[in-house]
Structure formats: C-alpha cells, structure tokens
Design a protein around this ligand. Structure first.
Ligand code: ATP
Length: 278
C-alpha cells in the first residue's frame, strides 16, 4: 500500500490529496487485510512490550466527524489493553492552562513497551488555538519548532511516532454531522460549535497544511489518510502502524530470546542447588 506520507518539511496542499479509497481496493478485501494486520499488530505489540526498548505513539488528528474515535476503536480493538493507553485531549483545564502547552501531553507519552494513542493532541495548539485566535499569532507560530523539539525528545528516547491526519471532504463531514443528529446514540456528541467550525473550513485547512508541513520529520512523520470511507481509513492506519513496527521485530525477538536464555540459566543453577521435592 502506498501511503501519502510526509517525513520532511514540505509545502502541503490538502486539496491535491485523495479523500476516497483507490478504485483498486475493495471493501471486502480491505476488511480481510485489516483482520490479518490486526493479528500481526497484536504479535508485534507483544514483542515490543516484552523487549521494553521502544514505545509507540500514534497521534490522530482530523476535523469534527473525521473518524478519530472510530479509528481509535478499531485500532485498539486489535491490541492488548495491557500495553496500551488512549488519551483524548479536550479543552485544557484551568490547571493545564497554568502550564506550558506541552505539559499535559508529555505526561501521557507512552512508557517503554507501551503504545500511546492520542485522540487530538498538542497539534490542537496550532489548530484550534490559531483558527479561533485563542492565542496571539506570535505564540502559535513559535509552537511548530517547540513541537518539533518535543517530538525529537520522544524519538531520542526510542519512541516510534506516527501522526495521522484523517482527511475527509466538506460534503462527507456534512453528511456525517446530519447522520449523528438523527441517531439517538450519537446526537449528544454534537454541538453548534461543530457547525461553526465548519464555517471556518478553509482556515482549518490552512492550519492543518502548516501543521503537517512544518512538523514533518523522519522520526515523526505525518500520514494523510483518505478517510471518506471508514473501512479504508482503518486499513491505512493499521497498515501505517504495522509498517513502523515491523523493522524492529527481529531485534525485539532477539532481546526476548536473550532474556529467556538468562532466565533458563538462572533456573538451572538454582535447581542444581535446591533439588525440587517430588
Ligand atoms: P469528535 O471529533 O468525535 O466530534 P471531539 O474530539 O470533538 O469528538 P470533544 O471532547 O467533544 O471531542 O471535543 C474536544 C474539544 O476540545 C474540541 O473542540 C477541540 O478543539 C478542543 N481542544 C482540544 N485541545 C485544545 C486546546 N489545546 N485548546 C483549545 N481547545 C482544545
């Protein structure tokens, strides 16, 4: 699968990037592939958890109704909850506002062995904060570099970072918002603010293009996910995560084998001295 990936600073134009799945990918095949990837992700997560040399951070960003929640649900369903932490970032609390903008985020960064999933993230501080003028321009403009440094700090500590932008069209958003309104299980999630934000569509587009373009690096790439079809969105996210973990499989395996050998050696030595009663 070829992903639209940014791993170096770039001028990003979202309207040139697909929101729909390619014609060659069919829904049923995509579901089968997702199931296969789920099994592989579970296995890779287990190795990473045991090896404790790396962590993995998945950042999910997207407009209202882009499917961040759905992506979290599907991805986390494939994983062992023991080694996973999901964090949803909402409007900062009073305490959070009394700190720098990265304080609440750094606290939720995954530990070695763990997978952290961010539903919204520090990027809100260059998105909503910029579009709704919550801070002066000089403040949000400085944040791109601070974010890059922060992500570099995580990567230096062997955190594998992947940032996903769930890319939908304005029309798709409209349909999803209207559908939610009709659904008694979903209507409570809506607010007038969603429709007001929709009126700021172009401002958000510009803010996303800058966030992606200015904060893309080899160690913390952005993947723009065609997200108009939920089944394809899930596949792309799973594919991105598996591809980032796979290169470490051998090293993680070796570490577990070495640890296993040490344990067996200790057990053998112990048994030689303390004959186990029948
Ligand atoms: P969905 O996208 O599925 O509709 P949601 O992510 O909007 O759900 P909510 O908890 O309702 O979930 O919304 C979170 C709100 O918090 C968003 O409006 C977002 O813009 C806002 N928010 C998040 N981080 C910040 C921030 N740093 N500063 C200001 N607002 C923020």
């Amino acid at each position: 699968m070829r992903l639209k990936r940014f791993d170096a600073p770039a001028k990003v134009r979202l309207d040139g990037i697909p929101t729909d799945p390619p014609d060659s990918v069919k829904k049923r095949e995509a579901r089968d592939q997702f199931d296969k990837l789920s099994g592989e992700l579970f296995e890779l997560q287990d190795l990473m958890w045991g090896a404790r040399t790396h962590s993995l951070l998945m950042v999910l960003q997207g407009r209202d109704a882009a499917g961040k929640d759905g992506a979290v649900k599907h991805l986390s369903g494939a994983l062992n909850p023991r080694g996973m932490m999901v964090t949803s970032f909402g409007v900062p609390t009073t305490e959070e506002r009394q700190h720098d903008f990265l304080w609440r985020v750094h606290k939720r960064a995954p530990r070695a062995g763990e997978i952290g999933i961010f539903n919204r993230s520090h990027y809100e501080d260059v998105l909503v904060a910029r579009v709704k003028k919550l801070v002066p321009p000089a403040t949000w403009k400085e944040r791109y570099e601070l974010i890059n440094e922060f992500e570099r700090t995580l990567a230096e500590a062997d955190c594998i970072i992947l940032k996903f932008f769930l890319h939908i069209t304005k029309e798709e958003q409209r349909e999803r918002l209207l559908e939610r309104e009709k659904d008694p299980n979903d209507a409570w999630k809506l607010s007038v603010e969603d429709w007001k934000d929709r009126q700021r569509w172009d401002d958000y587009t510009e803010a996303y293009e800058d966030a992606i373009g200015k904060c893309a690096s080899k160690d913390a790439p952005w993947i723009v996910v065609p997200a108009n079809a939920k089944w394809y969105r899930n596949l792309v996210v799973a594919h991105g995560v598996a591809a980032a973990m796979r290169p470490h499989r051998t090293a993680w395996r070796q570490r577990l084998d070495e640890q296993g050998k040490l344990v067996r050696r200790d057990l053998k030595a112990w048994r030689a001295q303390h004959e186990e009663p029948e």
